[in-house]
Design a protein around this ligand. Structure first.
Ligand SMILES: [Zn+2]
Length: 392
């Protein structure tokens, strides 16, 4: 059983979290307003604010003008310290690492990107990520000493039920450990497509939508579900792996160990092979998307048929999860109606008729930085990054 002192300490931290959360969403407030909004007693709130000021987590920013006939000195406003509480989101993909840096007020203050050499192992990926953070930090004059935590998005299933919650799975340890050592902060890890779903529901195309199906169609096919306002992780960290729904048990083997997966049919490599078989030689994903934008004969048909395949799987998902919205991200989503129309038609035709037609199918909003931003949202939503609370 906890000692009473421990329990008091925990209660105090809950109160601190409440005060910081209110300051995060509302900006600068007087002590009186903060007391009212947190519902804490005046004594408790004042004591907590004093301690947060001592720790540099919050600052007194300015005084409210005194009432015309008011007495006494004007009330100071309390705000989160803008030079504390930096959060970094990193998205380590197959080809690139992307970075977003947010200040304590949730504003994205810098973004950046670096290529990863083909076939780079985890330590090489980690080095690319570290160099990117250092470079962007210098370019924007960002003091990394104020860094509180790093959210890290990685490809593949990110979870290991044999480890305690929040621990970094061994497979992903090299990147996470290197970042934690380099910057002296805690690193929280999740799947990068799932993080993009979280970003879209926090800042993007499904902002304030509590139930969302997100799919990212790119080299591979990933996704994420937000259910009742929370990102669904699943018991094994595999929730949202739409790309590995099987279309054909006799189909070609997939790297996941399954057969006939959606990703094997509509991932960019598969589509490049279909194009090549039709005599259209394209070098990679970017060339494929560019050819579709240029309406190269044959390419649009290949991509629209693939979108219909994706739509059929999404229609199944829609029946089972009943989302308010389906958001399509990744490079293929930039093709607009060529991709969105077949998906919409499949959902209209195959999902429960009364529900399918009410579900909006929209392109993602946040572009290439969605996963990096989602890694920041993950720190804010799932693991509150309270100034002074995070430890490496
Ligand atoms: Zn698979």
């Amino acid at each position: 059983m906890d000692k009473p002192a421990d329990a008091l300490q925990r209660l105090r931290r809950v109160h601190e979290d409440a005060a910081v959360a209110v300051l995060r969403s509302a900006g600068a407030l007087s002590r009186a307003e903060l007391t009212q909004r947190t519902g804490l007693s005046r004594t408790t709130l004042f004591s907590i604010i004093s301690e947060l000021i001592e720790r540099d987590a919050v600052v007194e920013v300015e005084a409210l003008p005194a009432e015309p006939r008011g007495r006494g000195r004007p009330a100071a406003l309390i705000a989160l310290n803008p030079s504390a509480g930096l959060l970094i989101g990193l998205d380590v993909g197959r080809r690139r690492v992307r970075l977003a840096i947010a200040n304590v007020a949730h504003e994205i203050i810098a973004t950046g990107m670096a290529d990863i050499p083909a076939g780079a192992d985890a330590p090489a990926q980690a080095e690319a990520a570290v160099r990117l953070v250092r470079r962007v930090g210098e370019e924007h004059g960002i003091r990394l000493g104020a860094l509180e935590a790093i959210g890290l998005g990685l490809v593949g299933i990110v979870d290991d039920p044999s480890l305690p919650a929040g621990a970094v799975p061994a497979r992903h340890a090299p990147v996470a450990r290197r970042l934690a050592e380099e910057f002296g902060v805690r690193v929280a890890v999740d799947n990068n497509a799932r993080l993009a779903a979280l970003a879209e529901s926090t800042w993007g195309a499904a902002r304030s939508v509590g139930d969302l199906v997100y799919v990212r169609w790119s080299v591979g096919v990933g996704g994420g579900f937000v259910v009742g306002g929370r990102l669904l992780r699943g018991a094994h960290g595999a929730a949202g792996e739409i790309g590995h729904v099987s279309l054909d048990p006799e189909g070609p083997p997939c790297h996941c160990g399954g057969r006939g997966c959606l990703e094997r049919r509509i991932g960019s490599q598969a589509l490049l092979e279909v194009c090549a078989a039709r005599g259209i030689a394209l070098t990679g994903l970017d060339a494929l998307v560019a050819a579709a934008q240029d309406r190269v004969p044959g390419v649009c048909e290949v991509i629209s048929a693939a979108a219909a395949d994706l739509g059929r799987i999404l229609a199944d998902t829609v029946v089972q999860l009943d989302p308010a919205r389906v958001v399509v991200g990744g490079e293929f989503a930039s093709l607009g109606s060529l991709v969105l129309d077949p998906i919409r038609q499949a959902i209209d035709g195959l999902a429960l008729p009364k529900i399918g037609r009410r579900i909006g199918v929209t392109p993602a909003d946040l572009g290439v930085n969605a996963s990096a931003m989602g890694a920041i949202a993950f720190l804010l939503n799932e693991e509150p990054a309270i100034p002074g609370h995070l430890r490496p």
